[in-house]
Design a protein around this ligand. Structure first.
Ligand code: SAM
Length: 231
């Protein structure tokens, strides 16, 4: 399967393993991953965030309930919301999540946004699990026609060592552990270049409930809600 599907499947497998009830997808773009996740029966709250409202709106109708959802309502409740805003800003609507996914997001962040990102995701949102994927620049020698970066909007592409040192430092700062993996295997004999997409899975070391954080930090909303569906 194409690489993006392998990334989505990786997240789906993680959801099936850890059974989070509340999942937020940061940089959700056209909501493809959210659409896949709405079929995971453990999830009761799904939220998407993107800085580009237009790309979110393209296919957000696919997140609306279908006639069958009304005719055969399921036991679980599911609420899906989409927010317009930046991962560089904190908003109380992002509190209380169990799993936060950032798939191919960080390489699109400006330096100033990337600096604020760990404090927003790990410090403020502080979910029990965070998944971050990003291109592995060492794999680029195996890709035809890659000039500098795989995509013109990429602000950087990191080697395995660069991603791992950023991830380890972030994990240390916010009291998480991190495990490295990826999708898109290198060809036999070239294992050293690593996965095409590198992935860090972060686990919060300390126990905490979103609700307790929320009451401690009353604050203003900065994101704009652009979609909401209740199943
Ligand atoms: N996660 C999706 C996937 O894997 O298919 C889309 C990845 S796309 C390459 C990166 C997305 O991040 C874009 O939709 C872009 O608008 C969004 N983005 C870029 N900067 C952002 C920011 N500061 N806050 C939130 N989203 C941002």
């Amino acid at each position: 399967p194409p690489l993006y599907k392998q990334r989505y499947q990786f997240v789906k497998d993680l959801v099936e393993k850890y059974k989070p009830k509340k999942v937020a997808d940061l940089g959700c773009a056209d909501c493809s991953l959210l659409w896949m996740l709405k079929f995971c029966s453990c999830i009761e709250v799904l939220a998407g965030l993107d800085i580009c409202a237009n790309v979110m709106k393209e296919r957000m109708h696919t997140l609306s309930p279908l006639p069958v959802d009304y005719l055969q309502p399921s036991e679980r409740s599911l609420t899906v919301t989409l927010h317009h805003g930046s991962v560089a800003h904190k908003d109380p609507c992002m509190l209380g999540f169990d799993l936060v996914t950032c798939i191919e997001l960080i390489e699109h962040l400006e330096e100033s946004e990337l600096k604020k990102f760990p404090e927003v995701v790990f410090g403020f949102m502080a979910p029990s699990i965070v998944v971050i994927s990003t291109p592995n620049s060492e794999f680029n020698c195996l890709l035809p026609q890659v000039m500098l970066y795989r995509h013109p909007d990429h602000k950087f592409e990191w080697s395995q060592a660069e991603f791992q040192s950023w991830a380890l430092e972030t994990a240390r700062c916010y009291d998480y552990s991190v495990e490295f993996t990826g999708v898109g295997h290198p060809p036999t004999g070239m294992e050293k270049v690593g996965f095409c997409t590198q992935i860090g899975v972060f686990f919060r070391k300390y126990p905490q409930t979103g609700e307790s954080v929320q009451s401690e930090k009353p604050m203003e909303a900065v994101y704009k809600t652009v979609f909401k569906a209740v199943y």
